[in-house]
Ligand binder design. Structure first.
Ligand SMILES: NC(=O)c1ccc[n+]([C@@H]2O[C@H](COP(=O)([O-])OP(=O)(O)OC[C@H]3O[C@@H](n4cnc5c(N)ncnc54)[C@H](OP(=O)(O)O)[C@@H]3O)[C@@H](O)[C@H]2O)c1
Length: 412
């Protein structure tokens, strides 16, 4: 029987999960591929660390040793940072190997170059694990895009931020205390900037945009805000209104323009993200034939992420992944909201006595906090006039919830 030889770059959470899953699911892999899958080599940085790896596997910190293997069908990359990763993967492609990556930062920056290079060398690139861990969002989008036109994609893409917001609400903790707990549980890094300032979700959003719409917006024009401005008091006020803060990435295409934002947003009970708690991720896709679908599941962790990598392994070995749906999309259906449409906002620091003609008052939550209706442009004008201290968009069908009086507040 033929053998598929795999090298795994990195033996941390993801790399070890992939290694173990190739062993634990050897029969299933053999069944679907008709070949045995074998790990031929593992790349690590620290050769002194003890690892649970079979003796016949090459363990090295020199990538050239891996490139020199007599057979190298697939290179799975699960290390960190843009370099040397990007260089390693270009070398692997030139050597004729399929590549699979879990590294969203590298792929958001260099995905297009890798895909083009792979196409010219007739190999495939798998990157399911770069977005929403174990949730098969990329494969689902590819499948949908065979005929559907996608209008809007929304996602809770950073499990650490979602965990912190959940802890703050459920246990009435401060941001600092919830972050400390996330670090103790291994969900957040010692330096949590990438997660709590929204960079991690931003990279994933750019990858999703390329899949859904064939291109990404200019990075400079994307609103990126993390969760560090969300206080326990804000969360409590929102809860009284039947609203929950979620860190949401949204991408939509209006005409030829792609709009994207990654920021704290409020959702009511009728929104599918309302019950997405802890480290879970979720992705909501709106497209013209099927309508709205929501995928929810573990966004990170050893085996959920390994699952995404292993699914890619099957696809690349069958050579089924191509650049299709990554760069060639010409049609999309229009996203749901237009820039000058009225939307709902929770706003702080604005007095009804201001009689501001730009906005419509919907409900008063506290002396300081109200729900208003205004367009995005009007909100921006208000902020420029320094008439409000902070504001958060409410998405979903919250108007109906207010009308049904599911929330306790003074409806104006
Ligand atoms: N953790 C998750 O749940 C998750 C989910 C989705 C995607 N990802 C992405 O997957 C990648 C790996 O994440 P992880 O959590 O598995 O990281 P990790 O636990 O920190 O492991 C990183 C591994 O990479 C090795 N490494 C780092 N730099 C290297 C270099 N220059 N040369 C050779 N080896 C190097 C390390 O070697 P040593 O062991 O010798 O230190 C370690 O084995 C990241 O890009 C991450 O964003 C992670």
């Amino acid at each position: 029987m033929s053998v598929i030889k795999v090298a795994i770059l990195g033996f941390g959470t993801v790399g070890e999960g992939v290694y173990k899953t190739i062993h634990s699911h050897a029969q299933e892999l053999e069944g679907v591929l008709g070949s045995k899958v074998e790990v031929a080599a593992v790349l690590i940085r620290n050769k002194q660390k003890k690892r649970n790896i079979d003796e016949d596997v090459l363990i090295t910190s020199d990538f050239n040793e891996i490139l020199s293997l007599p057979q190298l069908d697939v290179v799975v990359e699960a290390i960190v940072d843009k370099e040397p990763t990007f260089t390693f993967l270009k070398q692997a492609i030139r050597r004729g190997s399929h590549i699979i990556t879990a590294n969203k930062e590298m792929f958001a920056h260099h995905g297009n170059e890798l895909l083009e290079l792979a196409e010219s060398h007739k190999v495939s690139v798998g990157f399911e694990a770069t977005v929403a861990g174990g949730i098969p969002v990329i494969q689902t989008l590819r499948q949908l895009l065979n005929v559907n036109r996608v209008g809007t994609v929304q996602g809770i893409l950073n499990g650490t931020s979602n965990f912190i917001l959940t802890e703050m609400r459920e246990k009435k903790q401060s941001f600092a205390a919830a972050l400390r707990l996330a670090q103790e549980k291994g969900y957040a890094e010692a330096d949590p900037t990438n997660d709590v300032e929204g960079f991690d979700a931003f990279y994933k959003t750019m990858i999703l945009s390329r899949i859904a719409f064939g291109k990404e917006p200019n990075w400079q024009n994307v609103e990126r805000e993390g969760i560090t401005s969300i206080t326990r008091e804000l969360i409590e006020t929102a809860e009284k209104l039947g609203l929950r803060f979620k860190h949401i990435a949204s991408i939509s295409k209006i005409g030829s323009q792609i709009n994207a934002a990654v920021k704290p947003t409020l959702v009511g009970k009728s929104h599918p993200f309302y019950g997405v708690e802890g480290v879970e991720n979720a992705v909501n896709v709106h497209s013209d034939i099927v309508g709205r679908i929501t995928l929810q599941g573990p966004g990170a962790g050893m085996f959920p992420t390994a699952s995404a990598v292993i699914e890619d392994l099957v696809y690349v070995c069958q050579n089924q992944l191509s650049n299709k749906n990554f760069t060639n999309i010409t049609e999309a259906c229009d996203g749901e909201k237009k820039g000058n449409e009225k939307e709902l906002w929770l706003i702080q620091g604005l007095s009804k006595n201001d009689n501001n003609p730009l906005i419509t008052w919907v409900a008063q939550a506290t002396d300081e906090t109200a729900i208003i209706q205004a367009s995005r442009e009007e909100i921006e004008k208000l902020i420029n006039q320094q008439k409000a201290t902070c504001y958060f968009q409410i998405i979903g069908e919250y108007e109906k919830e207010i009308k049904n009086k599911e929330v306790t507040l003074a409806v104006l």
